[in-house]
Design a protein around this ligand. Structure first.
Ligand SMILES: [Zn+2]
Length: 271
């Protein structure tokens, strides 16, 4: 924090703060008033609707800045402000209570974080992981999943909720059959690919939807997701694996993302 506005009093000069994907919202609409600024019609995203994503300095309303816990370095904090906070929101939207069964279909960076959050926040809940590769399934069990199987497998117990973090449709259809009555599937994906869209035709109403099963998507993050998640991450000491790039290597980092050369979260540093 280099400078504050005349009426700002949440932070003082010298504080280490971060900005999430949510840059601002109107503060007056129904969604803002209920704490779902992510659904506000005036939702602005950092770096997309407001300058600041690739900048050395930026300005932001104090309500949309968050104090970074001391346990994290600058680079470690960056991915927590986006992917981590969205993972936290998806877990919150499942409505899970301690002792209930959670399924995770897809086991990438975001799902790892959700598994760690779940075992910490809901110690009596069991986590079941559906993943394509043996390596991911082994890793899930290492991190505390009670069971790990392939996408289309039937879980040994029915699930209260499932979070999907895949870009495909098959995992959604296959997850629905494992839900209990009244169970909820939360889709944490910005978009789905069209490649396996015909899989949706396999939806069999009595098997996949009957008995009040729900499907809900996750869009962006609200303020409380970022602040609550930072606190939780510091408590669990979640340390994301990061790979640093200079600003001049930004294009290289983007190409690697496109080619799915992913080893932890990519962070751009401006020194
Ligand atoms: Zn609003």
């Amino acid at each position: 924090m280099e400078k504050t506005g005349s009426k700002a009093n949440k932070f003082k000069i010298g504080d280490r703060v971060g900005i999430g994907w949510i840059y601002s919202a109107c503060g007056r609409c129904k969604f803002c008033l209920e704490g779902n600024e992510n659904l506000c019609e005036s939702f602005k995203a950092t770096g997309r609707d407001a300058n600041g994503g690739y900048a050395e300095y930026t300005t932001v309303l104090e309500d949309f800045a968050y104090k970074i816990p001391d346990v994290f370095s600058d680079s470690e904090a960056a991915p927590l402000l986006c992917a981590g906070a969205i993972g936290y929101r998806s877990l919150r939207l499942t409505g899970i209570k301690d002792g209930q069964n959670l399924g995770l279909t897809g086991f990438g960076a975001s799902a790892h974080l959700v598994l760690k959050m779940t075992t910490h926040k809901y110690p009596n809940s069991k986590v079941f992981v559906f993943a394509r590769s043996e390596k991911e399934r082994d890793f899930a069990k290492e991190l505390g999943a009670v069971w790990a199987g392939a996408t289309e497998e039937e879980s040994p117990e029915k699930l209260d909720c499932v979070i999907d973090t895949t870009p495909a449709w098959k995992p959604i259809v296959e997850a629905l059959k494992n839900l209990k009555s009244g169970g909820r599937l939360v889709i944490n994906a910005i978009r789905k690919e069209d490649v396996d869209k015909e899989y949706l035709l396999k939806i069999d109403y009595p098997v996949h939807l009957w008995l009040e099963k729900e499907i809900k998507s996750v869009a962006n993050v609200a303020k409380r997701d970022v602040s609550e998640f930072l606190e939780l991450a510091a408590e669990i000491a979640i340390k994301p694996e990061v790979q640093k790039f200079g600003l001049e290597e930004a294009n290289k980092a983007l190409v690697e993302l496109k080619e799915r050369k992913i080893r932890g979260a990519k962070v751009l540093r401006i020194d």
